[in-house]
Design a protein around this ligand. Structure first.
Ligand code: NAP
Length: 488
C-alpha cells in the first residue's frame, strides 16, 4: 500500500510553519494525561501529532506548561480529568494513591496504565501495577498499554523503535478503543487478553536478551578457558622455563589464538545436539518420546550459538589481518633477515610450509564465507523468504560443510605439530588438538548415520515408525523421497 507508506506520521496540517505542533482538528477525540514527566511529554507530542486533543493534568501546571506542545492544554489534575473519557496515568506506582482524590471525576472512564516496575518492584509485588490501579479505582476500566514503548520511541516515532504495543484489559470494548488509538499513533496493537496478563506485559521490558543469556555465557566460559590455556602455553611456559618475556602477546596474539578455538567449538556445539537427538531416537526406536529438558533447550539455542561462532570467527579474521601491522612482527622479520645474512643463507623457501599456509588460508576463508551465509539466512527477513527445504539445506547441509571446512582449516594449521614433542609445553597438548575432539566425533557420527542400517531406521522413525508400536509401517519404495521429507 504505497499510499499508507507515504503518509507522514505527523500530518502536515498539524505542524505550524515554525515547526511546532498546531491546534488539533475540530471534533478531535480528547485524551487526558496525568503526570508531566518525560513519558507524559512524549505521549502528548505523539497524541497531538496523531490528531488527538490533549489535556495534561499536573500538580504544578505553571512550571510544566512550557515543556508541552503549544496545542496541548496543561492544567491542574482535577480540571484535566473532567472532560476526557480516556486518561493516561503517566505517574509511578508509588504515587497512584495520591490520585485517589480524583476518584469521583474518574468514575466510569478508561484509565490507561503505562507504568513499568523495576526488577525489584516486580519481584516484591505479586499484583501488577495495572491490577493495583484497578483496585484503587474500582469504578474505572483499566487498560494496560504502551509500557513497552520508551519515551524516546514515542517522540522519535515508531519508525525508529519497537512497533508492537501489548494491550490487556478485562473490558473488550475499552481494549478495542485503545487498540484503535495505538493504530492511529502508528503502532501495532497486540491483544494480550485480560488484566491478569498485565504482570506478564510489565515483565516484558525487564527482559535482557533472554535467548542469548546461556549461549553468551557459554561463549564467555569457553573464551576464558582457552585464553588461560593459551596464556599458560605461549606466555607463562617461555617465561618460567626459558626466562623469555612474551607478555606482549596477550592483547593480540593470545586473543587471536583463542578466538578460532571458541568459534570452532561453538560451531560443533550447534551440531552436537542434533547428533545426540538422532542417537536417542535410534536407541528408543521412536520419535514420540520427549527429549530431556537440557537437550530441548540446547536444540532451541542453536541459532544463537551459531551466530556467536560466526562473530568469533569474524573477529579472528580481523585480528589475523592485523598481525603484520604489529611492531613485534616487524622486529621479528628484521631479526630473521639479519640472522639469514649472518649465516649466509640468501634464499629462504620451505616448500612444505608454503603449501601448508596457502591451503590453510584458503580453507579458513571458505569456512568463514560459508558461516557468513548461515548467519545471513538466520535473519528473520531472509529466513522468511526461504521455504523449509531451502532453509534446512542452508542451515543443516551448508552448516555441516562449514564444520568440515573448519576442521580441515584446523588440521592444516596443526599439520605435524601434534606429533612433535617440543609442542607439548608444560606437558600440555597443542590447543588445536583439544578443539578437534568434539567436531571429529560429530563428523564420525554423521558418517555412521549415513550407513544404510542406521539411515533407513532413522528415516522410518522420523516418519512415525515405532519399535514397539502397534501400527505396522512400511517405508515408501522411494526412500530418497522419504529422506527429503524427514527432519529432526
Ligand atoms: P517522571 O519523569 O518522573 O514523571 C512522573 C510524573 O508523575 C511527574 O512529572 C509528576 O508530574 C507526576 N506525579 C503525580 N503525582 C506525583 C507524586 N505524588 N509524586 C511525584 N510525582 C507525581 O517519570 P516518567 O519517566 O515520565 O514515567 C512516568 C510513568 O511512565 C512511570 O510509571 C513509568 O514507568 C512509565 N514509563 C516511562 C517510560 C519512559 O521512557 N520514561 C517508558 C514506559 C513507561 P506533576 O509534578 O506534573 O504532577
Amino acid at each position: 500500500m504505497p499510499g499508507e507508506i507515504d503518509k507522514p506520521l505527523i500530518s502536515h496540517h498539524l505542524v505550524d510553519s515554525d515547526g511546532s505542533l498546531a491546534e488539533p482538528p475540530v471534533g478531535a477525540l480528547k485524551v487526558g494525561i496525568l503526570g508531566s514527566g518525560d513519558f507524559a511529554r512524549s505521549l502528548a507530542t505523539r497524541l497531538v501529532g496523531s490528531g488527538f486533543s490533549v489535556v495534561v493534568g499536573s500538580r504544578n501546571p505553571k512550571r510544566t506548561a512550557g515543556l508541552f506542545p503549544s496545542s496541548a492544554q496543561v492544567t491542574f489534575q482535577e480540571e484535566a480529568v473532567t472532560s476526557p473519557g480516556i486518561i493516561f496515568v503517566a505517574v509511578f506506582r508509588e504515587h497512584y494513591s495520591s490520585l485517589c482524590g480524583l476518584s469521583d471525576q474518574l468514575a466510569g472512564k478508561i484509565l490507561v496504565d503505562v507504568s513499568n516496575p523495576t526488577e525489584q518492584e516486580h519481584l516484591r509485588h505479586l499484583e501488577s501495577n495495572a491490577e493495583y490501579l484497578a483496585s484503587l479505582f474500582p469504578t474505572c476500566t483499566v487498560v494496560k498499554a504502551f509500557n513497552v514503548i520508551s519515551a524516546w520511541t514515542l517522540q522519535a516515532g515508531p519508525r525508529d523503535g519497537n512497533r508492537q504495543v501489548p494491550i490487556c484489559s478485562d473490558q473488550p470494548e475499552a481494549k478495542r478503543t485503545i487498540s484503535e488509538m495505538v493504530h492511529a499513533m502508528g503502532f501495532m496493537p497486540l491483544d494480550m487478553g485480560s488484566l491478569v496478563s498485565a504482570r506478564e506485559v510489565e515483565a516484558m521490558p525487564l527482559h535482557l536478551l533472554p535467548a542469548w543469556k546461556v549461549p553468551a555465557l557459554l561463549a564467555l566460559g569457553l573464551f576464558v578457558c582457552f585464553f588461560a590455556y593459551n596464556f599458560t602455553r605461549d606466555v607463562l611456559q617461555p617465561y618460567v622455563q626459558e626466562g623469555k618475556n612474551k607478555f606482549y602477546k596477550l592483547p593480540v596474539s593470545v586473543v587471536n589464538t583463542t578466538l578460532p578455538c571458541v568459534a570452532y567449538v561453538l560451531l560443533s556445539l550447534v551440531y552436537l545436539p542434533g547428533v545426540l537427538a538422532a542417537t536417542l531416537q535410534l536407541r528408543r526406536g521412536t520419535k514420540y518420546h520427549r527429549f530431556p529438558d537440557w537437550l530441548d533447550h540446547w536444540l532451541q539455542h542453536r541459532k544463537q550459538i551459531g551466530l556467536l561462532s560466526f562473530f568469533c570467527a569474524a573477529l579472528h579474521a580481523l585480528y589475523s589481518f592485523c598481525l603484520p601491522l604489529r611492531r613485534s612482527h616487524r622486529y621479528d622479520l628484521v631479526n630473521l633477515a639479519v640472522k639469514q645474512m649472518l649465516t649466509n643463507k640468501s634464499h629462504l623457501w620451505v616448500e612444505e610450509e608454503v603449501w601448508r599456509m596457502e591451503i590453510y588460508l584458503s580453507l579458513g576463508v571458505l569456512a568463514l564465507g560459508t558461516l557468513s551465509l548461515l548467519a545471513i539466512t538466520s535473519l528473520p527477513s531472509i529466513a522468511n523468504s526461504l521455504n523449509w527445504r531451502e532453509f534446512s539445506f542452508v542451515q543443516s547441509t551448508l552448516g555441516f560443510v562449514a564444520l568440515v571446512l573448519s576442521t580441515l582449516h584446523t588440521l592444516t594449521y596443526g599439520w605435524t605439530r601434534a606429533f612433535e614433542e617440543s609442542r607439548y609445553k608444560f606437558y600440555l597438548p597443542p590447543t588445536f588438538t583439544l578443539t578437534l575432539l568434539v567436531p571429529c566425533v560429530i563428523i564420525l557420527a554423521k558418517g555412521l548415520f549415513l550407513l544404510p542400517c542406521f539411515s533407513r531406521r532413522l528415516t522410518k522413525i522420523r516418519r512415525g515408525w515405532e519399535k514397539d508400536g502397534a501400527v505396522k509401517f512400511t517405508l515408501p519404495a522411494d526412500s530418497i523421497l522419504a529422506e527429503k521429507t524427514s527432519h529432526v
